[in-house]
Design a protein around this ligand. Structure first.
Ligand SMILES: *Cc1c(COP(=O)(O)O)cnc(C)c1O
Length: 389
Protein backbone atom coordinates (compact mmCIF):
# COMPACT_ATOMS: atom_id res chain seq x y z
CA UNK A 1 0.00 0.00 0.00
CA UNK A 2 1.33 3.42 -0.96
CA UNK A 3 1.71 6.08 1.77
CA UNK A 4 0.41 8.67 2.31
CA UNK A 5 -3.05 7.28 1.63
CA UNK A 6 -5.18 9.62 -0.46
CA UNK A 7 -8.62 10.18 1.06
CA UNK A 8 -9.36 13.68 -0.17
CA UNK A 9 -11.27 12.90 -3.35
CA UNK A 10 -13.82 15.65 -2.73
CA UNK A 11 -10.93 18.10 -3.32
CA UNK A 12 -9.78 16.40 -6.50
CA UNK A 13 -9.39 12.91 -7.93
CA UNK A 14 -6.62 10.97 -9.58
CA UNK A 15 -6.90 11.16 -13.38
CA UNK A 16 -7.91 7.72 -14.63
CA UNK A 17 -5.05 6.28 -16.74
CA UNK A 18 -7.59 5.58 -19.52
CA UNK A 19 -8.35 9.31 -19.57
CA UNK A 20 -4.65 10.16 -19.91
CA UNK A 21 -4.35 7.69 -22.81
CA UNK A 22 -7.25 9.36 -24.60
CA UNK A 23 -5.73 12.82 -24.11
CA UNK A 24 -2.12 12.18 -25.18
CA UNK A 25 -2.54 12.23 -29.00
CA UNK A 26 -4.15 15.67 -28.75
CA UNK A 27 -0.93 17.21 -27.42
CA UNK A 28 1.56 16.04 -30.00
CA UNK A 29 -0.32 14.72 -33.05
CA UNK A 30 -3.82 16.13 -33.37
CA UNK A 31 -2.88 19.49 -31.90
CA UNK A 32 -5.02 21.69 -34.14
CA UNK A 33 -7.19 24.59 -33.06
CA UNK A 34 -10.82 23.42 -32.99
CA UNK A 35 -11.81 26.73 -34.65
CA UNK A 36 -9.48 26.35 -37.63
CA UNK A 37 -11.85 25.68 -40.50
CA UNK A 38 -9.29 25.46 -43.33
CA UNK A 39 -7.32 22.28 -42.66
CA UNK A 40 -7.41 18.74 -41.31
CA UNK A 41 -5.72 19.68 -38.02
CA UNK A 42 -8.64 21.94 -37.15
CA UNK A 43 -11.29 19.50 -38.35
CA UNK A 44 -9.77 16.71 -36.29
CA UNK A 45 -9.70 18.85 -33.14
CA UNK A 46 -13.27 20.02 -33.72
CA UNK A 47 -14.47 16.46 -34.19
CA UNK A 48 -12.75 15.41 -30.95
CA UNK A 49 -14.47 18.26 -29.08
CA UNK A 50 -17.86 17.24 -30.47
CA UNK A 51 -17.32 13.59 -29.50
CA UNK A 52 -16.53 14.74 -25.95
CA UNK A 53 -19.61 16.98 -25.93
CA UNK A 54 -21.80 14.04 -26.98
CA UNK A 55 -20.32 11.85 -24.25
CA UNK A 56 -21.05 14.47 -21.60
CA UNK A 57 -24.54 14.98 -22.99
CA UNK A 58 -25.14 11.28 -22.71
CA UNK A 59 -23.94 11.29 -19.08
CA UNK A 60 -26.18 14.23 -18.13
CA UNK A 61 -29.18 13.39 -20.30
CA UNK A 62 -29.14 16.59 -22.36
CA UNK A 63 -28.44 17.67 -25.92
CA UNK A 64 -24.80 18.27 -26.88
CA UNK A 65 -25.56 21.87 -27.92
CA UNK A 66 -26.82 22.59 -24.39
CA UNK A 67 -23.27 22.24 -23.04
CA UNK A 68 -20.68 25.02 -22.90
CA UNK A 69 -17.07 24.11 -22.16
CA UNK A 70 -15.49 26.30 -19.48
CA UNK A 71 -12.44 26.09 -17.22
CA UNK A 72 -14.12 24.24 -14.35
CA UNK A 73 -17.06 24.35 -11.98
CA UNK A 74 -16.05 27.73 -10.55
CA UNK A 75 -16.34 29.38 -13.95
CA UNK A 76 -19.46 27.40 -14.79
CA UNK A 77 -21.15 28.63 -11.59
CA UNK A 78 -19.99 32.22 -12.14
CA UNK A 79 -21.36 32.10 -15.69
CA UNK A 80 -24.69 30.66 -14.52
CA UNK A 81 -25.23 33.15 -11.69
CA UNK A 82 -23.78 36.31 -13.23
CA UNK A 83 -24.80 35.41 -16.79
CA UNK A 84 -28.45 34.83 -15.87
CA UNK A 85 -28.83 37.82 -13.55
CA UNK A 86 -27.36 40.12 -16.21
CA UNK A 87 -29.52 38.71 -19.01
CA UNK A 88 -32.74 38.86 -16.97
CA UNK A 89 -32.16 42.19 -15.20
CA UNK A 90 -35.37 43.58 -16.70
CA UNK A 91 -37.41 40.76 -15.11
CA UNK A 92 -36.00 41.33 -11.62
CA UNK A 93 -32.94 41.41 -9.41
CA UNK A 94 -33.58 38.74 -6.78
CA UNK A 95 -31.70 35.43 -6.40
CA UNK A 96 -32.33 32.59 -3.94
CA UNK A 97 -29.63 30.18 -2.77
CA UNK A 98 -28.71 28.25 0.39
CA UNK A 99 -26.38 28.70 3.33
CA UNK A 100 -24.42 25.54 2.43
CA UNK A 101 -23.22 26.32 -1.09
CA UNK A 102 -19.64 26.03 -2.32
CA UNK A 103 -17.67 29.33 -2.16
CA UNK A 104 -17.94 29.56 -5.97
CA UNK A 105 -21.67 30.20 -5.47
CA UNK A 106 -21.47 32.25 -2.27
CA UNK A 107 -18.69 34.52 -3.52
CA UNK A 108 -20.57 35.03 -6.79
CA UNK A 109 -23.75 36.04 -4.94
CA UNK A 110 -21.69 38.34 -2.71
CA UNK A 111 -20.36 40.00 -5.82
CA UNK A 112 -23.90 40.28 -7.24
CA UNK A 113 -25.06 41.88 -3.98
CA UNK A 114 -22.45 44.61 -4.47
CA UNK A 115 -24.13 45.35 -7.80
CA UNK A 116 -27.54 45.69 -6.18
CA UNK A 117 -28.91 42.18 -6.66
CA UNK A 118 -30.89 41.02 -3.62
CA UNK A 119 -29.99 37.53 -2.41
CA UNK A 120 -31.94 35.26 -0.04
CA UNK A 121 -29.88 32.58 1.73
CA UNK A 122 -32.10 29.68 2.77
CA UNK A 123 -31.28 28.01 6.09
CA UNK A 124 -30.96 24.20 6.35
CA UNK A 125 -31.98 21.66 9.00
CA UNK A 126 -29.53 19.72 11.22
CA UNK A 127 -28.88 17.26 8.38
CA UNK A 128 -28.25 20.05 5.88
CA UNK A 129 -31.53 20.03 3.95
CA UNK A 130 -33.50 22.98 2.67
CA UNK A 131 -37.18 23.06 3.64
CA UNK A 132 -39.48 23.31 0.62
CA UNK A 133 -41.87 25.68 2.41
CA UNK A 134 -38.99 28.07 3.14
CA UNK A 135 -38.02 27.99 -0.52
CA UNK A 136 -41.60 28.54 -1.67
CA UNK A 137 -41.97 31.49 0.71
CA UNK A 138 -38.73 33.02 -0.60
CA UNK A 139 -39.84 33.11 -4.26
CA UNK A 140 -41.06 36.51 -5.45
CA UNK A 141 -42.28 37.95 -8.76
CA UNK A 142 -38.82 39.51 -9.25
CA UNK A 143 -36.88 36.28 -8.49
CA UNK A 144 -34.81 35.40 -11.56
CA UNK A 145 -32.77 32.44 -10.33
CA UNK A 146 -32.62 29.76 -7.64
CA UNK A 147 -29.28 27.96 -7.11
CA UNK A 148 -29.05 24.88 -4.89
CA UNK A 149 -26.14 22.48 -4.54
CA UNK A 150 -27.04 18.87 -5.46
CA UNK A 151 -24.53 16.96 -3.32
CA UNK A 152 -22.65 18.94 -0.69
CA UNK A 153 -18.86 18.88 -0.91
CA UNK A 154 -18.30 18.96 2.86
CA UNK A 155 -20.91 16.60 4.31
CA UNK A 156 -22.21 14.78 1.22
CA UNK A 157 -25.86 15.63 1.96
CA UNK A 158 -28.02 15.34 -1.18
CA UNK A 159 -30.86 17.83 -1.67
CA UNK A 160 -34.27 16.99 -3.11
CA UNK A 161 -33.28 18.80 -6.26
CA UNK A 162 -36.11 17.37 -8.43
CA UNK A 163 -38.74 18.76 -6.05
CA UNK A 164 -36.92 22.11 -5.94
CA UNK A 165 -36.72 22.15 -9.74
CA UNK A 166 -40.42 21.34 -10.11
CA UNK A 167 -41.36 24.13 -7.71
CA UNK A 168 -39.16 26.63 -9.59
CA UNK A 169 -40.64 25.55 -12.91
CA UNK A 170 -44.20 26.01 -11.62
CA UNK A 171 -43.24 29.57 -10.61
CA UNK A 172 -41.34 30.21 -13.86
CA UNK A 173 -38.08 30.85 -12.02
CA UNK A 174 -34.84 29.53 -13.53
CA UNK A 175 -33.10 26.85 -11.49
CA UNK A 176 -29.36 26.12 -11.35
CA UNK A 177 -27.74 23.25 -9.49
CA UNK A 178 -24.08 22.80 -8.59
CA UNK A 179 -23.69 19.10 -9.36
CA UNK A 180 -19.87 19.10 -9.17
CA UNK A 181 -19.67 16.58 -6.34
CA UNK A 182 -22.55 14.42 -7.57
CA UNK A 183 -21.62 13.73 -11.21
CA UNK A 184 -20.11 10.26 -11.50
CA UNK A 185 -21.21 9.38 -7.96
CA UNK A 186 -24.96 9.03 -8.59
CA UNK A 187 -27.28 9.24 -11.61
CA UNK A 188 -27.43 12.91 -12.64
CA UNK A 189 -30.04 13.59 -15.32
CA UNK A 190 -31.02 17.17 -16.08
CA UNK A 191 -34.61 16.22 -17.01
CA UNK A 192 -35.12 14.22 -13.82
CA UNK A 193 -33.64 17.05 -11.76
CA UNK A 194 -35.86 19.62 -13.55
CA UNK A 195 -32.93 22.01 -13.72
CA UNK A 196 -32.39 24.73 -16.31
CA UNK A 197 -28.66 25.10 -15.60
CA UNK A 198 -26.12 22.68 -14.12
CA UNK A 199 -22.42 22.98 -13.33
CA UNK A 200 -19.74 20.32 -13.05
CA UNK A 201 -15.98 19.86 -13.30
CA UNK A 202 -13.88 17.06 -14.85
CA UNK A 203 -11.29 16.73 -12.08
CA UNK A 204 -13.92 15.63 -9.56
CA UNK A 205 -14.66 12.48 -11.60
CA UNK A 206 -11.19 11.32 -12.65
CA UNK A 207 -10.78 13.77 -15.51
CA UNK A 208 -8.16 16.52 -15.86
CA UNK A 209 -8.11 19.82 -13.97
CA UNK A 210 -8.97 23.02 -15.80
CA UNK A 211 -12.09 21.96 -17.68
CA UNK A 212 -15.79 21.85 -16.84
CA UNK A 213 -19.16 22.45 -18.43
CA UNK A 214 -22.25 24.53 -17.97
CA UNK A 215 -25.49 22.92 -19.05
CA UNK A 216 -28.11 25.50 -20.02
CA UNK A 217 -31.50 24.55 -21.42
CA UNK A 218 -32.13 25.45 -25.05
CA UNK A 219 -35.90 24.91 -25.20
CA UNK A 220 -38.90 25.51 -22.88
CA UNK A 221 -37.40 27.57 -21.48
CA UNK A 222 -34.44 28.75 -23.54
CA UNK A 223 -31.98 30.12 -20.97
CA UNK A 224 -30.32 33.40 -21.93
CA UNK A 225 -26.82 34.13 -20.63
CA UNK A 226 -24.60 37.18 -20.79
CA UNK A 227 -21.02 35.94 -21.42
CA UNK A 228 -18.32 36.59 -18.80
CA UNK A 229 -15.54 36.31 -21.37
CA UNK A 230 -15.73 38.00 -24.77
CA UNK A 231 -13.50 37.24 -27.71
CA UNK A 232 -13.62 35.06 -30.80
CA UNK A 233 -17.20 33.92 -30.27
CA UNK A 234 -16.38 30.31 -29.40
CA UNK A 235 -19.05 28.08 -27.82
CA UNK A 236 -21.87 29.94 -29.61
CA UNK A 237 -20.56 33.23 -28.26
CA UNK A 238 -21.19 32.24 -24.63
CA UNK A 239 -17.56 31.55 -23.77
CA UNK A 240 -14.77 32.80 -25.98
CA UNK A 241 -11.22 31.47 -25.98
CA UNK A 242 -9.40 28.68 -27.83
CA UNK A 243 -10.80 25.37 -26.63
CA UNK A 244 -8.38 23.25 -24.55
CA UNK A 245 -8.84 20.22 -26.78
CA UNK A 246 -6.78 17.67 -24.78
CA UNK A 247 -8.60 18.62 -21.55
CA UNK A 248 -12.00 18.46 -23.26
CA UNK A 249 -11.16 15.06 -24.75
CA UNK A 250 -10.16 13.94 -21.24
CA UNK A 251 -13.41 15.22 -19.76
CA UNK A 252 -15.38 13.36 -22.44
CA UNK A 253 -13.54 10.11 -21.77
CA UNK A 254 -14.00 10.57 -18.00
CA UNK A 255 -17.73 11.15 -18.59
CA UNK A 256 -18.02 7.97 -20.61
CA UNK A 257 -16.21 6.02 -17.87
CA UNK A 258 -18.41 7.62 -15.21
CA UNK A 259 -21.62 6.75 -17.08
CA UNK A 260 -20.61 3.09 -17.30
CA UNK A 261 -19.34 3.06 -13.69
CA UNK A 262 -22.62 4.44 -12.33
CA UNK A 263 -24.59 1.90 -14.41
CA UNK A 264 -22.40 -0.93 -13.19
CA UNK A 265 -22.71 -0.10 -9.52
CA UNK A 266 -19.44 1.64 -8.67
CA UNK A 267 -21.23 4.08 -6.29
CA UNK A 268 -22.52 1.12 -4.23
CA UNK A 269 -19.01 -0.30 -3.94
CA UNK A 270 -17.65 3.07 -2.78
CA UNK A 271 -20.59 3.50 -0.38
CA UNK A 272 -19.85 0.09 1.18
CA UNK A 273 -16.26 1.18 1.86
CA UNK A 274 -17.47 4.50 3.27
CA UNK A 275 -19.96 2.62 5.49
CA UNK A 276 -17.16 0.45 6.84
CA UNK A 277 -15.06 3.51 7.62
CA UNK A 278 -18.09 5.14 9.24
CA UNK A 279 -18.86 2.12 11.44
CA UNK A 280 -15.29 2.09 12.69
CA UNK A 281 -15.03 5.82 13.33
CA UNK A 282 -18.42 6.01 15.08
CA UNK A 283 -17.06 3.61 17.71
CA UNK A 284 -14.56 6.25 18.86
CA UNK A 285 -15.43 8.28 21.94
CA UNK A 286 -16.85 11.80 21.48
CA UNK A 287 -17.46 11.47 17.76
CA UNK A 288 -20.26 13.43 16.08
CA UNK A 289 -21.37 12.59 12.55
CA UNK A 290 -21.89 15.56 10.24
CA UNK A 291 -22.90 13.43 7.26
CA UNK A 292 -26.58 12.42 7.37
CA UNK A 293 -27.38 8.69 7.74
CA UNK A 294 -29.17 8.60 4.39
CA UNK A 295 -29.80 10.79 1.35
CA UNK A 296 -26.09 11.29 0.91
CA UNK A 297 -23.33 10.93 -1.66
CA UNK A 298 -21.49 7.58 -1.57
CA UNK A 299 -17.97 8.91 -1.18
CA UNK A 300 -17.96 11.53 1.61
CA UNK A 301 -17.81 11.03 5.37
CA UNK A 302 -17.57 14.03 7.68
CA UNK A 303 -17.17 13.61 11.44
CA UNK A 304 -16.22 15.92 14.30
CA UNK A 305 -14.46 15.01 17.52
CA UNK A 306 -15.58 16.67 20.74
CA UNK A 307 -12.84 18.62 22.53
CA UNK A 308 -10.21 18.01 19.87
CA UNK A 309 -8.61 20.57 17.53
CA UNK A 310 -8.90 19.95 13.80
CA UNK A 311 -5.33 21.20 13.37
CA UNK A 312 -3.84 18.70 15.80
CA UNK A 313 -5.93 15.92 14.27
CA UNK A 314 -4.54 16.67 10.82
CA UNK A 315 -1.00 16.90 12.22
CA UNK A 316 -1.44 13.52 13.89
CA UNK A 317 -2.72 11.97 10.65
CA UNK A 318 0.50 12.57 8.74
CA UNK A 319 0.31 9.51 6.50
CA UNK A 320 -3.30 10.11 5.48
CA UNK A 321 -4.29 12.87 3.06
CA UNK A 322 -7.62 14.15 4.38
CA UNK A 323 -9.15 17.54 4.89
CA UNK A 324 -10.68 19.48 7.73
CA UNK A 325 -13.95 20.74 6.31
CA UNK A 326 -13.11 21.57 2.70
CA UNK A 327 -10.00 22.25 0.67
CA UNK A 328 -11.47 25.49 -0.64
CA UNK A 329 -11.71 27.08 2.78
CA UNK A 330 -8.72 25.40 4.41
CA UNK A 331 -6.58 28.50 4.02
CA UNK A 332 -8.69 30.11 6.71
CA UNK A 333 -9.11 29.03 10.32
CA UNK A 334 -12.77 30.02 10.34
CA UNK A 335 -15.09 27.13 11.14
CA UNK A 336 -16.86 25.72 8.09
CA UNK A 337 -19.91 27.78 7.07
CA UNK A 338 -21.63 24.52 6.13
CA UNK A 339 -21.26 22.95 9.59
CA UNK A 340 -22.28 26.21 11.27
CA UNK A 341 -25.41 26.27 9.07
CA UNK A 342 -26.19 22.74 10.30
CA UNK A 343 -26.16 24.17 13.82
CA UNK A 344 -22.80 22.80 14.95
CA UNK A 345 -20.96 24.83 17.61
CA UNK A 346 -17.79 26.54 16.26
CA UNK A 347 -15.53 24.29 18.42
CA UNK A 348 -17.16 21.19 16.98
CA UNK A 349 -17.05 22.57 13.44
CA UNK A 350 -13.31 23.22 13.91
CA UNK A 351 -12.65 19.58 14.79
CA UNK A 352 -14.25 18.27 11.59
CA UNK A 353 -12.54 15.70 9.45
CA UNK A 354 -13.68 15.07 5.89
CA UNK A 355 -12.69 11.72 4.40
CA UNK A 356 -13.58 11.20 0.75
CA UNK A 357 -13.18 8.03 -1.28
CA UNK A 358 -13.03 7.23 -5.00
CA UNK A 359 -12.93 4.58 -7.68
CA UNK A 360 -9.35 3.85 -6.63
CA UNK A 361 -9.92 3.49 -2.87
CA UNK A 362 -9.26 -0.02 -1.54
CA UNK A 363 -10.51 -1.94 1.49
CA UNK A 364 -6.94 -2.10 2.78
CA UNK A 365 -6.70 1.70 2.66
CA UNK A 366 -9.98 2.10 4.52
CA UNK A 367 -8.75 -0.20 7.30
CA UNK A 368 -5.43 1.62 7.57
CA UNK A 369 -7.15 5.02 7.71
CA UNK A 370 -9.63 3.86 10.35
CA UNK A 371 -6.71 2.59 12.47
CA UNK A 372 -4.75 5.76 11.95
CA UNK A 373 -7.66 8.01 12.96
CA UNK A 374 -8.39 5.84 16.01
CA UNK A 375 -4.75 5.93 17.14
CA UNK A 376 -4.51 9.71 16.66
CA UNK A 377 -7.76 10.43 18.49
CA UNK A 378 -6.78 8.16 21.38
CA UNK A 379 -3.36 9.79 21.68
CA UNK A 380 -4.78 13.33 21.55
CA UNK A 381 -7.33 12.46 24.21
CA UNK A 382 -4.58 11.00 26.42
CA UNK A 383 -2.47 14.16 26.05
CA UNK A 384 -5.50 16.28 26.83
CA UNK A 385 -6.25 14.36 30.04
CA UNK A 386 -2.59 14.66 31.10
CA UNK A 387 -2.66 18.36 30.45
CA UNK A 388 -5.82 18.80 32.53
CA UNK A 389 -4.68 16.71 35.52
C1 LIG B 1 -14.80 21.46 -6.39
C2 LIG B 1 -16.12 22.09 -6.36
C3 LIG B 1 -16.37 23.29 -7.06
C4 LIG B 1 -15.28 24.04 -7.81
O1 LIG B 1 -14.77 23.27 -8.86
P1 LIG B 1 -13.47 23.76 -9.67
O2 LIG B 1 -13.33 22.79 -10.76
O3 LIG B 1 -12.35 23.66 -8.69
O4 LIG B 1 -13.68 25.13 -10.13
C5 LIG B 1 -17.64 23.81 -7.01
N1 LIG B 1 -18.63 23.20 -6.34
C6 LIG B 1 -18.45 22.05 -5.67
C7 LIG B 1 -19.59 21.42 -4.96
C8 LIG B 1 -17.19 21.46 -5.65
O5 LIG B 1 -17.00 20.32 -4.99
Amino acid sequence: MKRPIYMDNAATTRVDPRVVDAMLPYFTESYGNASSRNHAFGWEAEEAVEVARRRLASLLGCEPRELTFVSGATESINLALKGVTAAYASKGRHVVTTAIEHPAVLDSTKSLEKEGVEVTYLPVDAEGRVAMDRLEAALRPDTVLVSVILGNNETGVVQSVSAIGDLCRSKEVLFHTDATQAVGKMPVDVAELSCDLLSCSAHKFHGPKGVGVLFSKRRSPRVRLRPLIDGGGHESGVRSGTLPVPAIVGMGRAAELARVAVEEGEPARIAALRDELETRLLQLPGVVRNTPPDGRLPHILNVSFQELEGESLLLGLRDVAVSSGSACASASLDPSHVLIALGRKPELARSALRLSLSRFTTEEEVEAVAESVAATVTELRRLRRQHHS
